[in-house]
Design a protein around this ligand. Sequence first.
Ligand code: G3H
Length: 257
Amino acid sequence: GLMSSIKGIHTMEEKLKKQFGLDEVTIVHGDSDQSSWVKKELGKACANSIKQRLLAKNIIAVTGGTTTLEAAEAMTADFAGDKEVVFVPARGGLGEDLVNQANSIVAKMAARTGNKHRLLYAPDQISRETHASILKEPAIKEVLQLIKSSTLVLHGVGEAITMAKRRNTPEEEFQKIKEKKAVAEAFGYYFNEEGQIVHRVSTIGLQPDDLASAHDVLAVAGGASKGKAIRSYLRGAPKTTVLITDEAAAQQLLAEN
Ligand code: G3H
């Protein structure tokens, strides 16, 4: 029945918290690989969780992806009340379709909640020289400073090869990701099974070290197919990370332990 299923979810949340030493775990019912409404539930859980964690002044950095897009879709006008919020994209272009890009998502969040946002105009897959000169642009510097001062980070976690393919990764880079046995991806960084960084996409913005200074870090990812990716990412992730996931991914995370 419903009560035992709610109890089951709660037990899984507690087990996952212990297993990965995390602050908080939220699990929604179902498998987002199988049904799109489960991904919508993940989005709602993100919106609620962020709302509960708002400070008087907030800089919220958000990555791209189909899951964080659902977080934007779940936000409403009563999101921040009289608190100050500015949404910023966590990183520059990563090769995603426009609708899944961090810039589009923060613009949507700002529009839906009536708050501010900033955009990061950085091309995808930039060369070392472009990278260095872009960092000197005053308008870009300003947004990068905001990202570094994020009070909350909301990021997705993806399966490495799926993400590399979706982003039309150049062949040489794709081979590197494969050779280094990347299994997980988050904010443009690729991680191996031990949760170590094995590759980073050459764009600007959020660095893994920046997570330590954020008040809250929310990792959102669901679906049975992401089980291994989430497990690997969490092995190296800051222990203050809040995990928002679904039942199918949670079962995978608990299975091999
Ligand atoms: O940056 C993208 C995420 O790592 C995963 O994207 O939420 O569409 O699976 P997704």
